[in-house]
Ligand binder design. Structure first.
Ligand code: FPP
Ligand code: MG
Length: 298
């Protein structure tokens, strides 16, 4: 039960004996808790599984606090972001507190688990760094995009599934592959939703990635399908606030070249591979996580 994870995180935060930090933590929107659900579905609902899920969710929450500072985002999960309401200094420090408390608790786990999570967080940070650097220029290389989203998003989900499998005495490599492909697919869907969804459903501004300099998969497919004149127009809009004309031109072009469909097809292929990786273990709940993730609207 995810409620047990919420309770565990709150207990740990209360151990810090700082009311302001406790209050700020309670204000954070809980989000989808994808990583916690993944741990509990793979490892069951033992005390250790709840603690592992709590460690991972605290790290994830810390990474989003920092990411919103980096992206200068004012909205997160439908509410004002901490950097917007409290300022960047508080958001960075809150991230550091959640992150270091998570590591304090992680240190109590078997070394195989603590090392895997720690390694994934380093990869995650390199992924975020790469995302920032890639945003400085238009990127038309799909492999570079996939490598970046593997690091930024899939590495922690991969480590989550791997560690949960170790806790449960299951085969870690198969679950690791499931987690990796779930993570890749999750980020591709996230990047598609930025284009096809609206602010109300997303809980953050829509059509925002390209403005932020992020050339996500549908934009890469679009660029590669276009003639030279259109390519130049697309590249000119990179990193800029899109006016209504430019936004609708990009959306029309994407429709014409079926870029969202092609991106969705790749996410589906990765999702199928994730399911195949654990198919011999009769994991219907893990199939359910993939289905929900593929069908989500935010
Ligand atoms: C969201 O990406 C960001 C991530 C998945 C990872 C962020 C990682 C870090 C800031 C480094 C690690 C830091 C700590 C403290 C562990 P996005 O901007 O594409 O998604 P969004 O639209 O939800 O903001
Ligand atoms: Mg962001």
């Amino acid at each position: 039960m995810v409620e047990a994870v919420e309770k565990c995180m709150l207990f740990w935060i209360n151990e810090l004996e700082n009311e302001e930090i406790g209050a700020l933590f309670k204000q954070l929107h809980q989000g989808k808790r994808l990583r916690a659900k993944l741990v509990l579905k793979i490892a069951g609902e033992s005390k250790e599984a709840v603690k592992l899920a709590s460690v991972i969710e605290l790290i994830h929450a810390a990474s989003l606090l920092h990411d919103d500072v980096i992206d200068e985002a004012s909205v997160r999960r439908g509410t004002i972001s901490v950097n917007a309401s409290e300022g960047s200094k508080i958001a960075v420090m809150m991230g550091d507190i959640l992150y270091s408390k998570a590591y304090t608790e992680l240190a109590n786990f078997d070394q195989k688990i603590s090392q895997a999570v720690a390694k994934a967080v380093t990869t995650l940070s390199i992924g975020e760094y790469t995302d920032v650097k890639m945003g400085e220029q238009f990127n038309s290389d799909a492999d570079a995009y996939i490598d970046m989203i593997y690091k930024k998003t899939a590495s922690l989900i991969e480590a989550t599934a791997y560690c949960a499998a170790i806790l449960a005495g299951k085969e870690p490599q198969a679950y690791s592959l499931y987690g990796k492909n779930l993570g890749l697919s999750f980020q591709i869907i996230d990047d598609i939703l930025d284009i096809v969804s609206d602010e109300k459903s997303l809980g953050k501004p829509a059509l925002n990635d390209y403005k932020e300099g992020k050339t996500t998969l549908p934009y890469i497919y679009l660029y590669n399908a276009m003639d030279e004149v259109s390519r130049q127009r697309l590249q000119k809009a990179h990193g800029c606030l899109l006016d209504a004309d430019e936004a609708s031109w990009i959306k029309e072009q994407m429709k014409e070249h079926r870029c969202v469909e092609a991106s969705y097809a790749l996410a589906q292929r990765l999702s199928n591979e994730a399911i195949t990786a654990v198919s011999r273990y009769d994991e219907t709940a893990l199939v359910g996580i993939i289905d929900d993730m593929m069908k989500r609207e935010f």
